[in-house]
Design a protein around this ligand. Structure first.
Ligand SMILES: NC(=O)c1ccc[n+]([C@@H]2O[C@H](COP(=O)([O-])OP(=O)(O)OC[C@H]3O[C@@H](n4cnc5c(N)ncnc54)[C@H](O)[C@@H]3O)[C@@H](O)[C@H]2O)c1
Length: 337
């Protein structure tokens, strides 16, 4: 009988799996430094084309929602599995529930058997900002100011992660249409980090003042174009997590370089109508920049847009590490198959 794990918890592969609740995922001892290192490994594998990750397959019970199946195999980590994620933008207002929920399944690469099922909320909340800040460090080393649009789950974690990868940061500006969310972010995170967190006055002030900016607001087919193209000066690095919704689509088109985490994923969203007018020309993938296959910033005046919509390779690599730690520490519930 093949087993995985070691004392104190072993699994009989093909007979059992380990189920991890959200709190157990958070509590296995993976630090944000670990998450950054694991996410970097996943991005490097992606950049070197050492992965299998078909573009997301989705179903859409309502016009404004999506469910995505996100499978991936990363040979370097012997990691294989799938995230099944939902995005319901109306959840916070209507049901007091998160926009993004989901489950992650990890399989045993040798036999294919499922060995772990876990809540994927924390993984998503961790690996998304990790990608943003790793990209920011590669595309804008030495940045002194970071601006975050959206102070929800993602925005809050972005502010935690930003100083870890951007060591020269002197200030972080945050902005949300919901002032309570802005205040909550500042109150929660300021005691944790040395860099000063400042409430942004307006989207225009944010983009005029910050060298590097990210957005995690909502994803809709129609663009909101909250930041007008004419406000964006040269030399900025913009890192949307919310596709093309928040920014004026003209900005991605005129950027000196438009970089995406996955060309295939972006093309899929473009085919679904999320890029009215079509996908801007893609210069490189984020993992290629991290792997040195594509260049980082080439001049101080370069305007770079780097859109990261989220890749299963990152989820699976982080999820596998969580499963391994949980087995080592005897956390979670073993369920029979
Ligand atoms: N790229 C990825 O890998 C990835 C992963 C997870 C989530 N997301 C996306 O990131 C976004 C945020 O997710 P979340 O879990 O943090 O959601 P959340 O609901 O916790 O936070 C979103 C915040 O954005 C604010 N907001 C909405 N419209 C705004 C606007 N016009 N200007 C400023 N703020 C605005 C809301 O008030 C809210 O506080 C969603 O669109 C989600 O689909 C992307």
């Amino acid at each position: 009988m093949r087993t995985v794990g070691s004392v104190p918890k072993d699994l009989e592969v093909g007979r059992e799996l380990l189920y991890l609740r959200r709190a157990e995922c958070m509590d296995v001892g993976l630090t944000r430094d670990d998450i950054l290192a694991l996410t970097r490994e996943a991005l490097l594998a992606h950049g070197r084309k050492e992965y299998e990750m078909p573009a997301k397959v989705g179903v859409h019970p309502y016009e404004d929602v999506f469910y995505h199946a996100m499978p991936a195999y990363v040979p370097a980590k012997e990691a294989v599995g799938m995230k099944w994620i939902e995005c319901y933008p109306r959840n916070p207002a209507e049901f007091d529930l998160p926009q993004t929920t989901g489950l992650l399944v990890i399989n045993d690469v040798e036999t294919g058997c499922p060995i772990g099922v876990m809540d994927s909320t924390w993984i998503t909340a961790m690996r998304t900002p990790a990608v943003t800040v790793l990209a920011a460090a590669a595309l804008h080393p030495g940045a002194k100011s970071f601006g975050m649009f959206g102070c929800g789950v993602q925005g809050t974690e972005h502010v935690r992660f930003a100083p870890m990868a951007l060591g020269d940061l002197e200030e972080i500006l945050v902005y949300d249409i919901d002032e309570v969310a802005t205040d909550r972010l500042i109150e929660t995170i300021q005691p944790e980090i040395e860099v000063e967190i400042v409430r942004g006055e307006s989207p225009r002030q944010m983009v005029e003042r910050c060298e590097v900016l990210s957005s995690a607001t909502v994803i809709t087919r129609e663009t909101l174009a909250v930041v007008k193209d004419e406000w964006v000066p040269p030399g900025r690095t913009l890192l949307p997590c919310d596709l093309n919704t928040f920014w004026d689509p003209k900005t991605s088109r005129r950027a000196d370089r438009y970089i995406v985490d996955s060309l295939e994923e972006h093309q899929l969203f473009a085919d679904m109508g999320y890029f009215p007018g079509g996908l801007p020309e893609v210069a490189a993938e984020t993992g290629e920049v991290l792997a040195g296959i594509a260049p980082g910033r080439q001049s101080a005046s370069e305007l770079i847009v780097c859109s990261n919509i989220g890749m299963a390779v990152c989820d699976i690599v982080v999820g596998q590490a969580i499963l391994e730690r949980a087995l080592e520490k005897g956390r979670g519930t073993i369920l029979p198959l």
